[in-house]
Ligand binder design. Structure first.
Ligand SMILES: NC(=O)c1ccc[n+]([C@@H]2O[C@H](COP(=O)([O-])OP(=O)(O)OC[C@H]3O[C@@H](n4cnc5c(N)ncnc54)[C@H](O)[C@@H]3O)[C@@H](O)[C@H]2O)c1
Length: 252
Protein backbone atom coordinates (compact mmCIF):
# COMPACT_ATOMS: atom_id res chain seq x y z
CA UNK A 1 0.00 0.00 0.00
CA UNK A 2 1.14 3.51 -0.78
CA UNK A 3 2.80 5.77 1.77
CA UNK A 4 3.23 3.50 4.79
CA UNK A 5 6.93 2.86 4.42
CA UNK A 6 8.77 5.07 6.90
CA UNK A 7 5.64 6.08 8.77
CA UNK A 8 4.96 5.34 12.45
CA UNK A 9 1.98 5.07 14.74
CA UNK A 10 0.16 3.36 17.57
CA UNK A 11 -2.23 0.42 17.88
CA UNK A 12 -4.12 0.85 21.17
CA UNK A 13 -5.30 -2.68 22.00
CA UNK A 14 -2.96 -4.69 19.79
CA UNK A 15 -1.88 -7.58 21.98
CA UNK A 16 -3.99 -10.09 20.09
CA UNK A 17 -6.85 -10.42 17.61
CA UNK A 18 -7.67 -7.64 15.16
CA UNK A 19 -5.18 -5.20 16.72
CA UNK A 20 -2.28 -7.65 16.54
CA UNK A 21 -3.13 -8.55 12.93
CA UNK A 22 -3.26 -4.85 12.02
CA UNK A 23 0.09 -4.17 13.69
CA UNK A 24 1.58 -7.09 11.77
CA UNK A 25 0.19 -5.89 8.43
CA UNK A 26 1.32 -2.31 9.03
CA UNK A 27 4.83 -3.56 9.76
CA UNK A 28 4.76 -5.72 6.60
CA UNK A 29 3.90 -2.54 4.67
CA UNK A 30 6.98 -0.82 6.15
CA UNK A 31 5.44 1.22 9.00
CA UNK A 32 6.85 1.28 12.53
CA UNK A 33 4.32 0.45 15.21
CA UNK A 34 3.92 0.97 18.95
CA UNK A 35 1.58 -1.71 20.27
CA UNK A 36 -0.19 -1.11 23.57
CA UNK A 37 -2.35 -3.54 25.49
CA UNK A 38 -3.63 -3.91 29.04
CA UNK A 39 -1.96 -7.32 28.77
CA UNK A 40 1.57 -5.99 28.40
CA UNK A 41 3.01 -9.44 27.73
CA UNK A 42 0.70 -9.90 24.75
CA UNK A 43 1.78 -6.53 23.35
CA UNK A 44 5.44 -7.40 23.83
CA UNK A 45 4.97 -10.83 22.22
CA UNK A 46 3.26 -9.31 19.15
CA UNK A 47 6.04 -6.74 18.85
CA UNK A 48 8.71 -9.44 19.19
CA UNK A 49 7.11 -11.49 16.38
CA UNK A 50 7.12 -8.40 14.15
CA UNK A 51 10.77 -7.66 14.95
CA UNK A 52 11.72 -11.30 14.29
CA UNK A 53 10.15 -10.92 10.84
CA UNK A 54 12.28 -7.83 10.19
CA UNK A 55 9.75 -5.14 11.15
CA UNK A 56 9.97 -2.23 13.59
CA UNK A 57 7.75 -2.58 16.67
CA UNK A 58 7.63 -1.82 20.39
CA UNK A 59 5.15 -3.51 22.75
CA UNK A 60 3.97 -1.86 25.97
CA UNK A 61 1.43 -2.41 28.73
CA UNK A 62 -1.08 0.44 29.00
CA UNK A 63 -4.67 1.21 30.02
CA UNK A 64 -6.81 2.87 27.36
CA UNK A 65 -9.03 4.41 30.07
CA UNK A 66 -6.12 6.37 31.57
CA UNK A 67 -5.06 9.56 29.73
CA UNK A 68 -1.51 9.46 31.13
CA UNK A 69 -1.08 5.87 29.99
CA UNK A 70 -2.38 6.60 26.46
CA UNK A 71 -0.11 9.67 26.38
CA UNK A 72 2.87 7.41 27.09
CA UNK A 73 2.11 5.35 23.96
CA UNK A 74 2.15 8.50 21.82
CA UNK A 75 5.30 9.77 23.54
CA UNK A 76 7.04 6.41 22.97
CA UNK A 77 6.16 6.58 19.28
CA UNK A 78 7.48 10.14 18.96
CA UNK A 79 10.68 9.41 20.89
CA UNK A 80 11.44 6.04 19.30
CA UNK A 81 10.32 6.62 15.73
CA UNK A 82 10.33 10.43 15.52
CA UNK A 83 6.76 10.87 14.29
CA UNK A 84 3.10 9.91 14.72
CA UNK A 85 1.29 9.36 11.41
CA UNK A 86 -1.54 7.10 12.50
CA UNK A 87 -3.36 6.00 15.64
CA UNK A 88 -5.74 3.03 15.79
CA UNK A 89 -8.07 2.97 18.81
CA UNK A 90 -9.09 -0.69 18.93
CA UNK A 91 -9.38 -1.95 22.53
CA UNK A 92 -12.81 -2.99 23.80
CA UNK A 93 -14.47 -5.13 26.43
CA UNK A 94 -16.64 -4.95 29.52
CA UNK A 95 -19.63 -6.75 28.05
CA UNK A 96 -20.40 -8.82 31.16
CA UNK A 97 -23.81 -7.90 32.63
CA UNK A 98 -24.64 -5.83 29.54
CA UNK A 99 -27.92 -7.59 28.75
CA UNK A 100 -30.80 -5.24 28.11
CA UNK A 101 -32.04 -1.76 28.93
CA UNK A 102 -34.15 -2.87 31.90
CA UNK A 103 -31.65 -5.17 33.62
CA UNK A 104 -28.28 -3.48 33.08
CA UNK A 105 -27.11 -1.71 36.21
CA UNK A 106 -25.78 1.80 35.82
CA UNK A 107 -22.26 0.90 36.96
CA UNK A 108 -22.04 -1.72 34.20
CA UNK A 109 -23.31 0.83 31.68
CA UNK A 110 -20.78 3.44 32.86
CA UNK A 111 -17.91 0.92 32.72
CA UNK A 112 -18.79 -0.03 29.16
CA UNK A 113 -19.01 3.59 28.05
CA UNK A 114 -15.67 4.31 29.76
CA UNK A 115 -13.88 1.41 28.04
CA UNK A 116 -15.61 1.44 24.66
CA UNK A 117 -16.24 5.16 24.03
CA UNK A 118 -14.69 7.59 26.53
CA UNK A 119 -11.35 5.82 25.99
CA UNK A 120 -11.50 6.61 22.26
CA UNK A 121 -11.87 10.32 23.10
CA UNK A 122 -8.81 9.93 25.34
CA UNK A 123 -6.94 8.42 22.37
CA UNK A 124 -8.06 11.34 20.19
CA UNK A 125 -6.86 13.88 22.73
CA UNK A 126 -3.49 12.15 22.97
CA UNK A 127 -2.88 11.63 19.25
CA UNK A 128 -4.42 14.50 17.28
CA UNK A 129 -2.21 17.31 18.70
CA UNK A 130 0.92 15.44 17.54
CA UNK A 131 -0.65 14.96 14.10
CA UNK A 132 -1.61 18.63 13.85
CA UNK A 133 1.93 19.62 14.75
CA UNK A 134 3.37 17.44 11.96
CA UNK A 135 0.80 18.54 9.37
CA UNK A 136 -1.65 15.65 9.39
CA UNK A 137 -2.34 12.02 10.17
CA UNK A 138 -4.91 9.25 10.23
CA UNK A 139 -7.16 8.35 13.15
CA UNK A 140 -8.88 5.00 12.96
CA UNK A 141 -11.45 3.66 15.43
CA UNK A 142 -12.79 0.10 15.61
CA UNK A 143 -16.55 -0.20 15.92
CA UNK A 144 -18.80 -3.22 15.37
CA UNK A 145 -21.76 -4.38 13.33
CA UNK A 146 -23.43 -4.40 16.76
CA UNK A 147 -23.66 -0.60 16.42
CA UNK A 148 -26.41 -0.93 13.81
CA UNK A 149 -27.56 -4.52 14.44
CA UNK A 150 -30.37 -3.67 16.82
CA UNK A 151 -29.54 -6.69 18.98
CA UNK A 152 -32.04 -7.42 21.77
CA UNK A 153 -29.35 -8.99 24.02
CA UNK A 154 -26.96 -6.07 24.55
CA UNK A 155 -27.36 -2.34 25.14
CA UNK A 156 -24.27 -0.48 26.41
CA UNK A 157 -21.78 -1.85 23.86
CA UNK A 158 -23.82 -0.79 20.79
CA UNK A 159 -24.55 2.58 22.40
CA UNK A 160 -20.81 3.08 22.94
CA UNK A 161 -19.92 2.00 19.40
CA UNK A 162 -22.49 4.38 17.91
CA UNK A 163 -20.88 7.12 19.98
CA UNK A 164 -17.57 6.19 18.38
CA UNK A 165 -19.11 6.86 14.94
CA UNK A 166 -20.14 10.35 16.07
CA UNK A 167 -16.72 11.01 17.61
CA UNK A 168 -15.03 9.93 14.37
CA UNK A 169 -17.26 12.19 12.25
CA UNK A 170 -16.51 15.12 14.56
CA UNK A 171 -12.75 14.56 14.31
CA UNK A 172 -12.97 14.22 10.52
CA UNK A 173 -14.97 17.45 10.21
CA UNK A 174 -13.09 19.50 12.82
CA UNK A 175 -9.51 18.67 11.78
CA UNK A 176 -9.93 17.66 8.12
CA UNK A 177 -8.68 20.98 6.72
CA UNK A 178 -5.51 20.40 8.74
CA UNK A 179 -5.07 17.03 6.98
CA UNK A 180 -6.18 14.82 9.85
CA UNK A 181 -8.41 12.05 8.50
CA UNK A 182 -10.67 9.92 10.71
CA UNK A 183 -12.56 6.74 9.88
CA UNK A 184 -14.23 3.77 11.55
CA UNK A 185 -13.74 0.15 10.58
CA UNK A 186 -16.80 -1.86 11.46
CA UNK A 187 -16.18 -5.63 11.67
CA UNK A 188 -18.79 -8.36 11.38
CA UNK A 189 -18.23 -11.64 13.21
CA UNK A 190 -14.48 -12.26 13.23
CA UNK A 191 -13.04 -15.46 14.70
CA UNK A 192 -10.53 -13.88 17.08
CA UNK A 193 -9.55 -15.39 20.44
CA UNK A 194 -12.05 -13.05 22.13
CA UNK A 195 -14.90 -14.09 19.82
CA UNK A 196 -14.10 -17.76 20.42
CA UNK A 197 -14.12 -17.15 24.21
CA UNK A 198 -17.35 -15.13 24.35
CA UNK A 199 -19.56 -16.42 21.53
CA UNK A 200 -20.89 -19.97 21.52
CA UNK A 201 -21.20 -22.25 18.51
CA UNK A 202 -24.90 -21.48 17.96
CA UNK A 203 -24.11 -17.77 17.73
CA UNK A 204 -21.28 -18.41 15.28
CA UNK A 205 -23.51 -20.67 13.15
CA UNK A 206 -26.27 -18.04 13.08
CA UNK A 207 -23.67 -15.45 12.02
CA UNK A 208 -22.48 -17.65 9.19
CA UNK A 209 -26.06 -18.12 7.97
CA UNK A 210 -26.51 -14.32 7.84
CA UNK A 211 -23.27 -13.81 5.88
CA UNK A 212 -23.18 -13.73 2.10
CA UNK A 213 -19.63 -15.05 2.27
CA UNK A 214 -19.06 -18.81 2.70
CA UNK A 215 -16.96 -18.15 5.81
CA UNK A 216 -16.79 -15.98 8.91
CA UNK A 217 -14.15 -13.28 9.29
CA UNK A 218 -10.51 -13.59 10.20
CA UNK A 219 -8.46 -10.90 11.92
CA UNK A 220 -6.44 -10.38 8.73
CA UNK A 221 -9.63 -9.35 6.87
CA UNK A 222 -10.08 -6.37 9.20
CA UNK A 223 -6.33 -5.71 9.32
CA UNK A 224 -6.24 -5.27 5.55
CA UNK A 225 -8.96 -2.57 5.63
CA UNK A 226 -7.51 -0.90 8.73
CA UNK A 227 -4.07 -0.72 7.13
CA UNK A 228 -5.53 0.62 3.89
CA UNK A 229 -7.44 3.33 5.77
CA UNK A 230 -4.22 4.46 7.45
CA UNK A 231 -2.26 4.42 4.17
CA UNK A 232 -1.98 7.19 1.58
CA UNK A 233 -4.12 5.11 -0.78
CA UNK A 234 -7.00 6.26 1.45
CA UNK A 235 -5.99 9.93 1.47
CA UNK A 236 -9.42 11.05 0.20
CA UNK A 237 -11.39 8.79 2.56
CA UNK A 238 -12.47 10.48 5.76
CA UNK A 239 -15.57 10.63 7.94
CA UNK A 240 -16.63 7.11 6.94
CA UNK A 241 -17.85 3.99 8.70
CA UNK A 242 -16.53 1.11 6.58
CA UNK A 243 -18.01 -2.34 7.18
CA UNK A 244 -15.93 -5.47 6.65
CA UNK A 245 -18.38 -8.25 7.35
CA UNK A 246 -18.64 -10.84 4.58
CA UNK A 247 -22.04 -9.38 3.72
CA UNK A 248 -23.54 -10.05 7.18
CA UNK A 249 -25.24 -6.68 6.82
CA UNK A 250 -25.53 -4.79 3.54
CA UNK A 251 -25.78 -1.01 3.86
CA UNK A 252 -25.38 2.06 1.64
N1 LIG B 1 -14.09 -10.25 16.90
C1 LIG B 1 -15.24 -9.79 16.46
O1 LIG B 1 -16.11 -10.57 16.00
C2 LIG B 1 -15.55 -8.33 16.50
C3 LIG B 1 -16.76 -7.91 15.90
C4 LIG B 1 -17.06 -6.56 15.91
C5 LIG B 1 -16.19 -5.65 16.49
N2 LIG B 1 -15.04 -6.08 17.07
C6 LIG B 1 -14.17 -5.05 17.66
O2 LIG B 1 -12.84 -5.27 17.23
C7 LIG B 1 -11.93 -4.82 18.24
C8 LIG B 1 -10.94 -5.94 18.56
O3 LIG B 1 -11.66 -7.09 18.89
P1 LIG B 1 -10.99 -8.55 19.03
O4 LIG B 1 -12.01 -9.53 18.61
O5 LIG B 1 -9.64 -8.55 18.41
O6 LIG B 1 -10.99 -8.65 20.64
P2 LIG B 1 -9.92 -8.60 21.80
O7 LIG B 1 -10.69 -8.53 23.05
O8 LIG B 1 -8.96 -9.72 21.67
O9 LIG B 1 -9.15 -7.24 21.50
C9 LIG B 1 -9.17 -6.16 22.30
C10 LIG B 1 -7.78 -5.93 22.88
O10 LIG B 1 -7.88 -4.81 23.74
C11 LIG B 1 -7.23 -5.11 24.96
N3 LIG B 1 -7.81 -4.33 26.05
C12 LIG B 1 -8.98 -4.55 26.71
N4 LIG B 1 -9.15 -3.62 27.66
C13 LIG B 1 -8.09 -2.78 27.58
C14 LIG B 1 -7.70 -1.63 28.31
N5 LIG B 1 -8.42 -1.15 29.33
N6 LIG B 1 -6.56 -1.00 27.95
C15 LIG B 1 -5.78 -1.48 26.95
N7 LIG B 1 -6.09 -2.59 26.25
C16 LIG B 1 -7.23 -3.23 26.55
C17 LIG B 1 -7.43 -6.61 25.15
O11 LIG B 1 -6.48 -7.15 26.07
C18 LIG B 1 -7.30 -7.14 23.74
O12 LIG B 1 -5.97 -7.46 23.41
C19 LIG B 1 -12.79 -4.37 19.41
O13 LIG B 1 -12.96 -2.96 19.35
C20 LIG B 1 -14.12 -5.06 19.17
O14 LIG B 1 -15.19 -4.34 19.73
C21 LIG B 1 -14.70 -7.40 17.09
Amino acid sequence: MRGLSGKAGVIAGGGRGIGAATATRLAEEGAAVVIGDIEGEWAEATAARIRDAGGRAIGLGFNICDPASVGELVQTCLESFGRLDYFHANAAGGTQGDIDALTIDLDTFDRSIALNLRSYLICTQAAVPAMLERGGGAMLYTSSGAAYGGAPWQVAYPVAKNGVHALMRHVAARYGKQSVRANVVCPGLVLTEAAMEHLNEDYREAGLKRAASPRLGEAKDIAAMATFLMSDDAEWITGQVISVNGGMAMRD
